[in-house]
Design a protein around this ligand. Structure first.
Ligand code: NAD
Length: 481
């Protein structure tokens, strides 16, 4: 294994050595486990120049040859999944088994996009005007800036860079300040697979490096997975140079539980849907609306899950089901939301509601009830192990409540009535709606948000298309076929 302290960014195929170092904290213990470089604006300039230089040769390769590189990346990730998982587990605080599973899931995305690169579709070439043959070309856009969040650093890196590379773009990737280690390690592992400059990694503390990258005039497309406020900042910045923006942002997923739902399957699913990755999941089940006839039972079931979850250091203890949140700062954010809910006077804490007693940035699995639709805890993304449970009377009310927030990333509907399931799925404003499930995504299907959850789609063939220009080539020969 490469020692954490030697993990320098890779720019233009080489380790980049200048910048100031900052500490990496392990959320489960609070210990410093390494340091990484803030490459500053100078590092961003070097990286974008390297990506620009590498672009002509990379775009000139056949899809088949680019696909071979992506397949080699997938094999490398699978072969190093244990080591990458250890780094991710310690850097983010998630249980080791979950972190290793994330690596294999990431490898699958490179495999999917290797195939997608060779399967692009477009309207048929033909003579749509007399004497002119028209055809469509799909062309890469150039240098792509990819910015990733800390909840699934390696998983979401695959969502960002695999379609961009498959399309023939070169990439400058900025991992999150809080969790850069696996991205850096991956860059070292695949340095010999990709030609120099095709993938460059820049690291930094705070927003300086990300902002310099997202605003760089030689970047054609900015692809962010992150918070909605970061997305808005990037959208504004992009206007000056008319960049394409591809934004996967925050969520506040509603869960509609009708009175005919299979409550055993619902409960078994909610354990992961609410508390997986300590609730730091953009599709996490955060607002449960249960029919008024079953609301008390639903509160009881979710509270039982919260109270019985094994919380601790999932790197050292395989029995642990939920680790800490990513940082002390995030622990304060979560704590603030719950304290303000408590202070409303009407909301009731049914489980948890406080920092966990362990050292490190833990927060107890929490259930809040008696909430109102306009409450902050129902309206705003928390990104922690907290769920708000309330009720509805009619299907109409359930849909209105599901849609009554600024976000629209994902939702689930629990019912045995097929008509109600189909109509609800159509009426809910979200990029993904699960029926009698909550959470599964797959490389073949698009993923993205309505409303303030973003623009554009990750995953699926559409993600490759969104990283390419469409060009109409019209050849005027004046002949009749
Ligand atoms: P964040 O927005 O703080 O950071 C995301 C990335 O953007 C990081 O690399 C960060 O360094 C960079 N960045 C921050 N400010 C920037 C700026 N002004 N200019 C350019 N880059 C900047 O997000 P986070 O806190 O790391 O992650 C949590 C958020 O990500 C949550 O809101 C969550 O919902 C969202 N998320 C969305 C999805 C999705 O697919 N929709 C998936 C996972 C996470």
């Amino acid at each position: 294994m490469i020692k954490i302290a030697t993990l320098k960014p890779i720019i233009g195929g080489n380790e980049y050595l200048s910048g100031s170092a900052f500490d990496v904290y392990e959320p489960a213990t609070g210990d410093v486990i390494g340091d990484i470089l803030d490459v500053g604006v100078e590092g961003v300039e070097t990286a974008v120049a390297a990506a620009k230089k590498a672009f002509p040769a990379w775009r000139g390769m056949t899809p088949k040859d680019r696909a071979a590189k992506l397949l080699a990346i997938a094999d490398t990730i699978d072969a190093n999944a244990e080591q990458l998982g250890i780094l991710e587990s310690r850097d983010v605080g998630k249980p080791l088994a979950d972190a290793v599973a994330e690596m294999h899931s990431a490898a699958d995305k490179y495999r999917f996009f290797a195939g997608a690169a060779r399967s692009m579709m477009a309207p048929a070439p033909g003579e749509y005007k007399p004497g002119i043959t028209s055809m469509v070309r799909r062309e890469p856009v150039g240098v792509v800036a990819a910015l990733t969040p800390w909840n699934y650093p390696m998983g979401l890196t695959s969502w960002k860079i695999a379609p961009a590379l498959a399309a023939g773009n070169t990439v400058v990737l900025k991992p999150p300040t809080e969790a850069s280690l696996t991205t850096l390690y991956l860059a070292h592992l695949i340095a010999d697979i990709l030609p120099a400059g095709v993938l460059n990694v820049v690291t930094g503390r705070g927003s300086t490096v990300g902002a310099a990258l997202a605003g760089h005039p030689d970047v054609a497309l900015v692809s962010l997975t992150g918070g909605t406020s970061t997305g808005k900042t990037i959208m504004r910045q992009a206007a000056d140079t008319m960049k394409i923006v591809h934004l996967e942002l925050g969520g506040k997923a509603p869960v509609l539980v009708f009175d005919d739902a299979d409550l055993d399957k619902f409960s078994a699913t909610m354990k992961g849907a609410v508390y997986r990755n300590s609730g730091q999941d953009c599709t996490a089940a955060t607002r449960i609306y249960a029919h008024e006839s079953i609301k008390d039972e639903v509160v009881e079931r979710i509270s039982h899950i919260a109270n019985s979850l094994v919380v601790g250091n999932g790197f050292t203890d395989p029995s642990v089901e939920m680790g800490p949140v990513v940082s002390l700062r995030q622990q304060e954010v979560v704590s603030g939301f719950v304290d303000r809910a408590r202070a409303t006077g009407h909301a009731r804490i049914a489980a948890g509601g406080e920092k966990h007693g362990l050292n490190g940035s833990y927060y107890a699995p929490t259930v809040v009830t008696n909430v109102r639709q306009e409450d902050e805890i129902v309206q705003e993304e928390i990104f922690g192990p907290v769920v708000a449970v309330s009720s509805f009377g009619t299907e109409e009310e359930a849909i209105a409540k599901a849609n009554g927030v600024a976000y629209g990333l994902a939702a689930s509907v629990w019912t045995r009535d097929i008509d109600r399931a189909l109509v609800s799925a159509a009426r809910i404003e979200a990029g993904t709606v699960w029926v009698n499930d909550h959470g599964p995504t797959t490389a073949e299907m698009p993923f993205g948000g309505y409303k303030q959850s973003g623009v554009g789609r990750d995953l699926s063939i559409h993600a490759v298309e969104e990283h390419m220009h469409l060009k109409h080539v019209a050849v005027s020969h004046g002949r009749t076929l």
